[in-house]
Design a protein around this ligand. Structure first.
Ligand SMILES: C[S@@+](CC[C@H](N)C(=O)[O-])C[C@H]1O[C@@H](n2cnc3c(N)ncnc32)[C@H](O)[C@@H]1O
Length: 392
């Protein structure tokens, strides 16, 4: 059952776009705080909270709308919250997948929790014995990973509408408001020249050659801290049997990864998802491998714990490996001068950063059920490490 606490937090963190949405937000917050049956579809006075999804095509150019027969309007899919739904976002995902036949949805970055909120009137339905009431709708933004649809019973029809044509597609003001928010981000990202780092250009081929040995079977990989997306595009091309899922915590890298993905045209390079290892993961499909390069030393120490925690939560039940790449200190191995200098440089940029001791990392890994199973020396005094979950 969606708990009131997390729903209240989600609403407290939402930033309305205008006065109208601000008013809706206040009303939804009031309903969630005042009433324990806020999401029950039998709660008609004044109504109940519902959840829906704005689903963007993998290229970021189209929005999925369904034709609601009862309202004769093109709207985003969504609906009632079930008692079994763990959260409003999970309710939105379930409703969207049921109504459209989409097999998977990814969280779209840039909207930390909900993308929009809206309150609208639902007319009385004498056939179902329902009085007129209101839907207090909380909306989430998702990527689709393919455009194949199969509309459910609630919808007459479903279609992908180019973002710039949504306003003329027989929809309502709230859909137009959400599309303005989405377009603002996605159009800028698509036109952005992807960033390019010399270090990633140098190390991408040696890393790929190891990945080709360590990931021989078709599977899905989540890359944490993808940065510019150079690794993601190179590895997706060099590992055509792998579905490569890039992610990052920062907006400037989301745009670089998205831009690079559009230019690459690689079918197995998935749209970028938001992953900040210091936060709980947004719901996303499970993966077989997690890969993370050059984050552990360029983030606070808590990010190491967050990396292993995130990997444990997203890896498929009973299997999976975590692959890390970067410089480490090791017991009995004196640090080469270039790494000593690099460590001092990192700490001068941010005292919470620095090259970690492998024993400390292994201790954190063990707390999350991982053990080190392979260690490879890589060029420029980096290590490539393969971690497996102890029970796998
Ligand atoms: C040096 S870059 C590495 C990028 C890429 N993996 C590579 O090797 O070229 C460090 C990356 O860590 C990401 N990062 C820092 N803190 C993070 C966090 N808490 N969660 C996820 N990523 C984080 C940054 O946004 C940045 O993309």
């Amino acid at each position: 059952m969606p708990a009131t606490g997390p729903a209240s937090t989600l609403l407290a963190e939402h930033h309305p776009a205008d006065a109208q949405e601000r008013e809706y937000l206040a009303r939804i917050r009031g309903l969630v705080q005042d009433d324990v049956s806020w999401f029950s579809r039998q709660h008609f006075e004044p109504g109940h909270v519902t959840a829906s999804g704005f689903v963007v095509s993998p290229d970021g150019r189209k929005l999925l709308l369904i034709h609601h027969a009862k309202l004769d309007m093109w709207l985003q899919p969504g609906g009632h919250v079930d008692p079994e739904d763990g959260s409003l976002e999970l309710a939105a995902r379930r409703e969207v997948m049921e109504e459209t036949g989409l097999r998977e949805l990814l969280p779209l970055p840039g909207f930390p929790r909900a993308v929009d909120v809206d309150v609208h009137v639902i007319p009385a339905n004498p056939r179902k014995g329902e009085p007129g009431h209101r839907h207090y709708d909380v909306r989430f933004a998702f990527w689709a990973t393919d455009e194949a649809l199969q509309a459910g019973s609630d919808a007459l029809d479903a279609r992908w509408v180019p973002l710039e044509q949504v306003r003329d597609a027989g929809t309502d003001d709230s859909v137009r408001r959400a599309v303005r928010k989405l377009s603002l981000r996605l159009k800028g990202w698509a036109s952005m020249e992807p960033a390019c780092w010399p270090a990633a250009e140098r190390n991408k081929q040696p890393i790929l050659e190891v990945l080709q040995r360590w990931i021989p079977e078709p599977c899905r990989v989540l890359e944490i801290a993808s940065g510019t997306g150079q690794h993601a595009a190179w590895f997706a091309e060099g590992l055509p049997h792998v579905q490569w899922q890039p992610s990052d915590a920062s907006v400037r890298y989301w745009q670089s990864i998205h831009g690079r993905r559009l230019r690459s045209g690689l079918p197995n390079l998935l749209p970028v998802v938001p992953v900040d290892v210091l936060e709980p993961l947004r719901p996303m499909p499970p993966v077989d491998v997690v890969y993370c390069a050059n984050m552990i030393h360029i983030a606070p120490w808590e990010a190491t714990d967050g990396l292993f925690r995130s990997a444990a939560s997203v890896l498929r039940e009973g299997r999976g490996q975590l692959i890390t790449y970067g410089p480490f200190q090791e017991a009995g191995v004196p640090m080469v001068q270039s790494n000593v200098d690099f460590d001092a440089h990192l700490r001068s940029r941010d005292p919470r950063w620095g090259i970690r001791h492998l024993d400390d990392v292994a201790r954190i890994a063990a707390e999350h059920g991982f053990r080190l199973v392979e260690r490879l020396q890589m060029p420029a005094n980096n290590l490539m490490l393969r971690w497996e979950r102890a029970g796998d």
